[in-house]
Structure formats: C-alpha cells, structure tokens
Design a protein around this ligand. Structure first.
Ligand SMILES: [Ca+2]
Ligand SMILES: [Ca+2]
Ligand SMILES: [Ca+2]
Ligand SMILES: [Zn+2]
Length: 630
C-alpha cells in the first residue's frame, strides 16, 4: 500500500482526503462556510451516481501512481472503483517523462488486465479493464480537478474480435499462407510514401516487449513470428488495406523503416502472428491507442480466422480502425457486430462475413437500427473520426470539382490510355475528378477501374460512376454498372464506349452508392478510393500541348464576322488543313490548304464559340484554338 492519502479504504466515504484533513485540522474553526462546502461536494458526488467513483485531486493522484517506492521494485497500490469494488495494481512500466505521464499496471488476481493512465499534471485519463468483463474509464473533471473512475461497457475500451465460426472459404483465394521456411525478404510496399502518417503491416514479427499487451493476454515479452505468407499473399493483403485507407494522408506499408521514421502518435502497426493469441479470437486492439499512445500495436491472430486474403484485409483494417478511435457498427438484432446487407458490409461490423459480403466500407450507421457498442444509436462518423486524428486529414484532391480544372488525359502516340498515367483518388463523397481529351473523332473506349487490381477480388472500396461530357459540359453518356448481389464486387468499375465527332470532351469520375443504404446497399458516404482510366481514342500522332499553341499560328480577327485569317509562325510547316467544330464537337467545316489562301469564310456560321483545329499533315500534330463568330 503506497497510496495513503487518496486511494485507501477510507475513501469509500467519497469525501476527498484533503477536505477531511482540512476539516480535522480546523475543527475548532469549523464554520458555516466549511459546512456549505461539504454539502456542495456531497451533492456533486451524488450526481455522478454509482457508476462513477471520485478518487481525489489529480496532483495527489499523480504523486501516487508515479511513486517509485524507495527500494521497492514493483510498487503495488490499492485503488477504489465504483460499486465498492477495489483492485490491487502492480505498476509494470512508468514511461513518464518531462511533463507527460504514462503509466502501465497489472491488476493482481486478474488473468488479463489493462491498467493504463496518461496525461499531464492537470489532467489524467486512462482505462482499466479486468478479465475482459469490467471496464472503467479514468478522467479528470476540468472544474474540480478531481480524478473520476466511471464504469463503461468493455467494448468501448478494447476490441477482442470474436472467433471465426465461418467455415466456408473464398473460392478463388485459398490459403497461401503458413508456408514454413519463407526465406525471401518481405516485399517492400507503400501506398503513399510521402504521407505524414504510417500504418505498418507487420508480417515479419519481431521481439515484442509492450507493457500494454504483456498484462493483457501476452503474459511476457516474446519473439513473435509472422505467418510465412508468400509474396503474392502479402501484396494482396497490403493492396486491400491500402484501398481501405486511401482517402487520408496515410501510408499503408510493409516497410518497417517507414514506421521507424515516424514519431509516436503518427504511426501504428498491426502484427499478424500466432505466437500468442486470445484463444478463438481473430483480432485484438486498444480503441483509441493512436491518440492515447497506450500501445502502437494491434493484432491479427490469423490462425483463428479463415486464413485468406479477404479475412486478413477486413480484419486488419478493422483492428487498425479501432486504434483511430472507432467503435463497432452494431445493430439492434445482431448486437455489437452488424453483418451487413446485400453485398455490403461495414468494416467496423462483423469482419468475418467476408464470404458473404464483397463491398467493405466505412459506415456512419446509415442502415436501419444501427447501434454502437452500448446498444445506443450509432452515429459515429468513421471517415471523419479517422481524419480527425493528428497528422491524418484528407488526401489533397488532384483537381477542383469542375470541368474547368480538368486534368488532360495523357495518351500514347497510338491513342492508348494507360492506367499508370491516368489515375486519381476520390477522397470524399463530394469529390469529383475531371479529365479532358481532344480527339479527331471516331470510336473511343474508357474503362474506369476501382482500386489497383493488385488483388482483383473485392479490393475496391470506390463504386465508380463515370460520365462522358461534351466541351460545354453536357452529359453524352453515363456508366454505373449494377453491383452483383453476391460474389465479387467487379460492378464497382465503370466503362464508356462510343463513337464521337472530333473535338474536346471531358470524363467525370464520381463515387456513388448502390440500392438503399437503409436496407439493401450503401450510400456514397465511403465510396472513395483509387481509380485508373484505361482505354483508347483516335488522336493524331502528336498533340501539341496548350502551352506551345501561342507560337504556332495567329488567328485573327477574333471575334470575327465573315472571314478568319491564319498567319503561320513556324516556317517548317508545309502542308496543313483545318477542321472547325462547334462546342458540341460537331464538325462544321473542313478546309484544305488551298482553300485558306484568301482567308476562311465563316459568314454562314451562326453566332457562337467554335474550335479551329490546325493539322500539320507532315508531323500529324494538331493545335486547337477557340474563336468567336459575331
Ligand atoms: Ca480526387
Ligand atoms: Ca460522390
Ligand atoms: Ca476533384
Ligand atoms: Zn472490433
């Protein structure tokens, strides 16, 4: 017992020892004012109810939890909890330094326990968890400076994901793990190398000496071994989790050096191991550990799951989600873990339903009868909670959300459009991305792929709607394929294939929902992620970019009434022709070089904006300029 002034049994009367001392010392001067003070304190305690126990002033509390206990290796203190419970705590690590407090303990007599307190001299926070049954939150009242312990649902503090009762396996993704004797080094993969925040997927294991987990199931420091997955399996799991965390400034990586380079609070790791596990449980994490800095580790016990890519992706994403502060997506009928609807499942719900659901997204409880861990209505906005963590935030959008800020499609000389050069990220539900291209007219095809397709099955999170717009922004075509009600989620992709006239066009990419988010599907809330545009369209061999246009020819007068004239600035151009199109891409005039000698007759055109395409016959390059017919 080291805690003589604030945590011993006499505190059960719920009057701070400091106040008692004051009253004892000054009893001969006990005034009406002191009585009033006592009454005021008593009424405050009464309001907190049986679920909250007021310990003492924060400064006294800190003195005790950080006491090294002269000559005592492992101080043990007695701590009073609500409902007249008390515990004996052995301090196993005190990582306090400077003004910050960080203390870990082990609750004596408990098989597994969490005792973690952190903060500073003015505010102590923390959590206490006994044998996965009784959970308590520690907080400091800003007004009274008193430390309070409140009983809470254990699911608010920690996620011990239940075991996989699911025995079916994904047909096309069998277990390629558990390959004993993996000798090659883990593939080095990073989804966003320059991002300030790192999520490290640890498939290699290592020596883990973490006070948080030692008392909470691990028992002692251990050398944990990885699952021995093949390179392909690791790459697929990485690709799947990277896609789940695409909207934010987060680098999902298998590269430990990326993790090591970040400060605490700007990184988190998930270890895939079976060196130890909570028997029958698939994952384990401390809710909010990134902000509280209680531990930088979450766990996936791969052997207690269906050991395939999909389960590893959703469980890894789920446990990491907890570390950002996310609690479960439950439902009135299904309890803590909602199993999803149609082909859609919430990442923070029942992550073992991967054989049944193929579109896994973040949720803010839009489905009917959504509940949180306590059975209360679920209003936690997953996407915003993750963004709200220090250093995270949303990834910068590549462009604005209008055609005027469109990026140019980068085509090969034969008109092929490669995904590696034409891609982007839909970062939020309101983000739309635009691409611009100019064609000489004919058949065009654009396929819009959700995710990197590293792992073709169920990797994507973004459900794409694509539109083809003409030069004025009017829709010509829309593609938003239906999602299969079961099976792989390839309906997340979109495709546009048509024939168009020469001119300039736009492509619009948007994340959309499917069916009814209340009962059968999802909204566009979390329909975000990486996409690639792959296709082809007729281009002249070289399209001179817009910055070069000014020096190639002068078009005058502009605006014009009857005649337009061209003056060439490049002497090398010998043979050329021009096409004139309206803003809808309709060709209104084709003229040869000979027909241009006396100027271009535009007297027959209606008033408006037109595009003149200057085509160099030799280099097959094209330069376009706008002009106005008065
Ligand atoms: Ca974007
Ligand atoms: Ca959208
Ligand atoms: Ca955009
Ligand atoms: Zn969980």
């Amino acid at each position: 017992m080291i805690c003589d002034s604030c945590m011993n049994d006499t505190m059960r009367v719920k009057i701070p020892r400091t106040l008692l001392t004051y009253l004892n010392m000054k009893n001969n001067r006990l005034t009406f004012l002191a009585l009033l003070m006592l009454m005021a304190f008593t009424s405050v305690y009464a309001q907190t109810g049986d679920n909250t126990y007021t310990v003492c002033n924060v400064k006294n509390f800190i003195k005790k939890i950080t006491a090294k206990g002269e000559g005592v290796q492992s101080p043990v203190m007695n701590l009073q909890l609500p409902e007249t419970k008390s515990i004996d705590v052995k301090i196993i690590a005190d990582q306090s330094e400077g003004g910050s407090i960080k203390v870990y303990g082990q609750i004596l007599g408990a098989k597994t326990s969490v005792f973690y307190l952190y903060g500073n001299v003015n505010e102590i926070k923390g959590k206490i968890l006994i044998d996965m049954k009784d959970g308590y939150e520690v907080a400091t009242d800003a007004q009274t400076q008193n430390v309070m312990i409140t009983k809470v649902d254990v699911n608010k503090l920690i996620c011990l994901s239940p075991g996989a009762t699911n025995t079916s396996s994904n047909a096309t993704e069998t277990n390629t793990g558990k390959e004993i004797g993996r000798t090659s080094t883990t593939p080095v993969l990073s989804s966003f190398p320059s991002a300030p925040f790192v999520l490290y997927l640890n498939f290699d294991g290592g020596y883990i000496n973490d006070p948080y987990w030692i008392s909470n199931g691990m028992g002692s420091a251990k050398t944990c071994t990885g699952p021995g997955y093949s390179d392909a399996m690791i790459k697929n799991i990485w690709a799947g989790i990277a896609e789940k965390y695409r909207p934010w400034n987060i680098n999902v990586t298998t590269d430990k050096t990326m993790f090591d380079a970040k400060a605490k609070g700007m990184r988190q790791e998930v270890i895939y191991t079976m060196t130890w596990s909570m028997t029958g449980y698939g994952g384990y994490s401390d809710i909010g550990s990134i902000a509280s800095k209680s531990t930088e580790i979450a766990w996936v016990f791969y052997g207690n799951l269906i050991n395939n890519v999909n389960d590893m992706v959703v469980t890894g994403s789920h446990e990491l989600g907890h570390t950002f502060g996310l609690t479960h997506d439950g439902s009135v009928a299904e309890g803590h873990y909602y199993g999803g609807q149609g082909n859609w499942g919430p990442i923070m719900g029942d992550n073992y339903k991967t054989a049944a659901r193929h579109v896994w997204q973040w949720s803010k409880g839009e489905y009917n009868n959504a509940t949180d861990h306590d059975g209360n209505p679920n209003t936690q906005d997953d996407v915003a909670v993750i963004a709200g963590n220090t250093g995270v935030g949303y990834r910068k959008d590549e462009d604005g959300n209008t055609t005027s800020t469109a990026k140019s499609i980068i085509a090969e000389t034969d008109g092929t459009v490669l995904g590696a050069k034409n891609n982007g990220v839909i970062t939020t539900r309101t983000d739309k991305d635009y691409f611009k291209f100019t064609t000489t007219g004919g058949a065009v095809t654009f396929n819009f792929q959700s995710g990197t397709k590293t792992w073709t099955l169920d990797e994507g999170v973004l459900d794409i709607q694509a539109r083809l717009l003409d030069a004025s922004g009017t829709e010509l075509l829309l593609s938003n394929p239906t999602i299969a009600t079961a099976g792989p989620n390839n309906g997340l992709d979109a495709s546009i294939s048509t024939s168009i006239a020469a001119g300039t066009y736009y492509l619009e990419v948007d994340g959309v929902g499917y069916l009814d988010p209340k009962t059968t599907g999802y909204s566009d809330y979390s329909s975000c992620g990486y996409y690639e545009i792959i296709g082809n369209y007729p281009v002249l061999a070289t399209v001179i970019n817009e910055q070069q246009q000014a020096s190639d020819f002068i078009l005058y007068p502009n605006p014009a009434n009857d005649k337009l004239y061209i003056t060439l600035s490049a002497q090398s151009i010998q043979a050329y022709s021009i096409h004139i199109t309206d803003v809808l891409g309709q060709v209104v005039g084709v003229l040869s070089q000979q027909q241009l000698q006396d100027g271009i007759d535009i007297s027959h055109l209606l008033s408006g904006v037109y595009i003149l395409q200057f085509i160099d016959e030799k280099s097959q390059s094209i330069v376009m300029k706008k002009f106005i017919k008065k």
